[in-house]
Design a protein around this ligand. Structure first.
Ligand SMILES: O=C(O)CCC(=O)C(=O)O
Length: 249
């Protein structure tokens, strides 16, 4: 398509300008969320509901299984489309297979919580359960989900994540507010032909906090944070609900 390249260029320029100007993170209603870009809420989901959800998902942790067998429920292995995160599976559209996740979605608690944190209405997009088998070799490095517009996620651990060996979701606190560093990262990514969401050249895992928790712990995050699954996941299959949250356009 002749117009595709100019349209992409205009979009990228728009992202750069918006990234440079973005101040909105400072105006979140929650001071903690404004300053750190995330909160960890232990016991967000009852331990019994987390355990029921983990049981619902257990049949899908069979690596040889490629089809869910349930209409509308998809099994997506990252290994089928990329060379990193080779031990990550997402089960997409989990409501029909997990009454516990269905109840969480129907409760609107995730939208209410992120709205309380940001002060903005947000809508729930995709709802998946992520299955992470141990991986100490192929984890994706520090990245953002977007530079602009901001996107948000709620993660709810369904299995214990007690240390680096369980592959915790990890973030560089406050990095959602950085603008100059992001512009440096975007420029480097552009020059090197990397995806523009890679930020490992300007942030280090040494600055990242591992977010630990028992089953039922929720993490709400501004996904402009530099983040990654901890790359020394050596023990235990990690299960977590991932809810995508967006500002309506
Ligand atoms: O697996 C993780 O903890 C990282 C997840 C992640 O990078 C994401 O959802 O954007």
């Amino acid at each position: 398509m002749v117009l595709a390249a100019p349209i992409r260029a205009v979009r990228s320029a728009g992202q750069v300008v918006n990234t440079a100007l973005a101040r909105s993170a400072r105006s979140y209603r929650s001071e903690e969320f404004a300053s750190d870009g995330f909160v960890v809420l232990p016991g967000f989901l009852d331990a019994s509901a987390a355990s029921a959800a983990a049981d619902d998902i257990a049949p899908f942790t069979d690596r040889s299984r490629r089809e869910s067998g349930v209409p509308g429920v998809l099994i997506k292995d990252r290994s089928q489309r990329q060379q990193r995160d080779l031990n990550v599976r997402q089960v997409v559209g989990v409501v029909p297979i997990s009454p516990a996740v269905a109840e969480l979605a129907a409760s609107r608690r995730m939208q209410d919580t992120i709205e309380d944190l940001t002060g903005w209405p947000l809508r729930l997009g995709r709802l998946v359960v992520q299955i992470d088998w141990p991986d100490t070799k192929t984890k994706r490095g520090l990245h953002v989900d977007s530079h602009w517009p901001p996107t948000y996620k709620a993660f709810v651990y369904l299995t214990p994540v007690r240390g680096p060996e369980n592959g915790p979701f990890s973030v560089v606190p406050g990095s959602h507010r950085d603008r100059l560093k992001k512009l440096r990262a975007i420029a480097g990514d552009y020059r090197q032909g990397r995806p523009r969401t890679a930020v490992a050249t300007v942030y280090s895992l040494a600055d990242a906090h591992q977010l630990l928790g028992e089953p039922g712990t929720a993490i709400f995050a501004d996904q402009r944070l530099a983040h990654a699954g901890w790359p020394e996941h050596s023990t235990g299959t990690r299960l977590m609900v991932v809810a995508y949250l967006y500002r309506p356009r």
